[in-house]
Design a protein around this ligand. Structure first.
Ligand code: FAD
Length: 521
């Protein structure tokens, strides 16, 4: 600990962001750098606790707390206080292959577990992580490091989200030849086509890392859906091991009256097409289908306006948008709709509003689930004057016009009560019905595990939630030589958990191939 009294002397500060009113005019990232001197004093607030819950990734009541990839947070805080940036970057890369992703999008369970948080606001860990890695890129300290020796073993990774990428990075480091198959036209999984550009820039940030992986020897094959374009059994014959990292991309539907009307879409159709249009427009129409990491491109050119004719996407321009689901995917739909120039936006959420402070039954250091205005809600508040979320409400019916297009959503308030089996269920409250006019409905109600055809083709066992059955920490599926990691194994989760599992599956796969492993978990 560089400064034992830092936590007494300095108050918590977080990095500024582009103001909600300004940032909605473009698709640029809204994160801003914190000045180095300020980062130093923020890092000095770290108490270097005997048991640093921020990095231990402990489990309390079955819930994880702290950093799932065990980032060496007190160590790099100390190094930043002492101005040793390159050493801090080395420490960061020891546990995290992609700190530029987590430094932007992670909900930071580390901060929720910070011991200082018992009495004071926690250390600004996420901003410090972001700054260490960005300084690393600026100073050209992040360089491809191909392995010195190749083992001659070949591994296929199916899916190029953070789990697949972390697995590929680690397996390549161990000297295996890694090929990543991706059905989309660009690699990155939800880093590319889920999380919107203003939160995580595709061309500047995601591609920057993909290029390093490619230079290290990882091969990307895009536009290839394994099980459809490429028979799964071919992979089993051609490769010494296979890692499934296909994500949990099956969306939860809302089978109520009027669901077939035009203008009702899954959130991911809306978000993916939007990002695709931005990227294709930047590449002047050349962005599709080369199956390679794209080269340097411009971003949204001068105007920041998309061309829906040339680059099709679902536009919210001028529409009253209703988003069903108040979670992170819904938030991304809010931010995207506002950038399109929607007329209004409402987010319907069936759960109650979270508490303003850590709930009494949520003991520290468990990650607190508290009410917060995320970026999309801040933008909606700046544009329309309030948080768009309507809690404890559910949609009961979609109403259409004479052209078969949605024109309204019927909602009703609910209360959560126990049924005869003692399970909490939402009960509708008569007399609270409401009709919300809309021309665009986005369904953002979570995901129901991985898509099944590839798993059927492989014949691997599923668990009760239809995820790939493979024990956490072991990652072996019911098929010898086939491993699974990330959302396809654990269900829809977080980028940081995908990295955790990607690293873990690489270790187990390496052990399977070589009989032993030196890769860290
Ligand atoms: P994915 O990222 O889903 O990648 C799986 C990939 O596999 C996909 O690219 C898919 O096309 C490919 N694939 C599937 N089947 C095949 C096949 N047969 N052949 C070839 N390729 C295939 N988490 C956070 O921590 N912070 C956030 O801010 C955040 N925002 C999110 C926003 C949205 C809209 C969504 C949906 C999720 C968000 N998440 C966020 C969750 C996070 O993105 C996921 O937990 C994480 O990406 C899971 O990683 P993964 O590698 O397991 O799967």
């Amino acid at each position: 600990m560089g400064k034992p009294t830092g936590f007494i002397e300095y108050l918590r500060e977080v990095a500024a962001e582009v103001s909600p009113g300004d940032r909605v005019g473009n698709w640029d990232e809204f994160h801003l750098h914190m000045p180095e001197e300020k980062l130093r004093t923020q890092a000095a607030r770290c108490m270097d606790c005997g048991t640093p819950f921020c990095h231990t990734g402990t489990t309390i009541k079955g819930m994880a707390s702290g950093c799932p990839i065990n980032n060496l947070i007190p160590e790099w805080n100390d190094l930043i206080y002492r101005g040793l940036w390159q050493e801090a970057l080395d420490r960061l890369h020891k546990t995290n292959n992609f700190p530029e992703f987590t430094g932007r999008v992670c909900p930071a369970p580390c901060e929720g577990s910070c011991v200082l948080g018992i009495t004071n606001p926690p250390v600004t860990i996420k901003n410090i992580e972001y700054s260490i890695i960005e300084k690393g890129w600026e100073e050209d300290w992040v360089k491809p490091e191909p392995p010195a020796i190749r083992t001659g073993k070949k591994v296929a990774v199916i899916g190029s989200g953070p789990a697949g990428l972390a697995a590929a990075a680690q397996l390549n480091k161990a000297g295996h030849w890694v090929t990543v198959y991706e059905r989309a036209d660009r690699p990155g999984g939800l880093l590319m086509y889920g999380i919107p550009n203003m939160k995580l820039d595709k061309e500047k940030i995601v591609l920057r890392r993909l290029k390093v992986l490619e230079a290290e020897g990882v091969k990307f094959v895009c536009n290839t859906e394994v099980g459809k374009d490429l028979p799964a059994e071919n992979l089993l014959k051609e490769f010494d091991a296979v890692v499934l990292a296909t994500g949990a991309t099956k969306p939860r539907d809302l089978p109520i009256e009027g669901r077939d009307l035009k203008g009702i879409h899954f959130a991911m159709e809306f978000l993916s097409a939007n990002t695709q249009a931005i990227l294709d427009q930047n590449q002047n129409g050349n962005g599709n289908g080369n199956g390679k990491v794209a080269g340097e491109t411009r971003f949204l050119e001068e105007t920041g306006v998309l061309n829906p004719v040339k680059y099709p996407y679902i536009s919210a321009e001028g529409k009253d948008v209703v988003i069903i689901g108040g979670g992170d995917t819904g938030t991304d739909c809010v931010g995207t709709s506002i950038r399109h120039g929607c007329n209004s936006v409402v987010q319907v959420e069936i759960l109650p509003k979270p508490p303003l402070e850590r709930a009494a039954d949520n003991p520290w250091p468990e990650w607190p689930k508290v009410y917060k205005m995320d970026y999309g809600q801040e933008e909606a508040a700046a544009k329309f004057g309030s948080d768009p979320r309507v809690y404890l409400n559910t949609a009961t019916k979609f109403e259409g016009d004479e052209n078969g297009h949605v024109k309204a959503v019927h909602t009703v308030q609910v209360e959560w009560a126990k049924d005869a089996q003692g399970r909490f269920i939402p009960k509708q409250i008569p007399g609270t019905e409401r009709v919300i006019p809309t021309q665009l409905v986005l369904l953002a109600m979570g995901f129901l595990g991985p898509e099944q055809p590839l798993l059927d083709a492989l014949g691997c066992d599923r668990d009760a939630r239809s995820n790939v059955k493979a024990e956490y920490g072991k990652y072996a599926t019911s098929i010898p030589g086939v491993f699974a990691a990330g959302d396809c194994r654990r269900g829809q989760s977080l980028v940081v958990w995908a990295i955790n599992e990607g690293r873990g599956v690489a270790r187990e796969c390496d052990r399977f191939l070589m009989g032993h492993t030196d890769l860290p978990a």
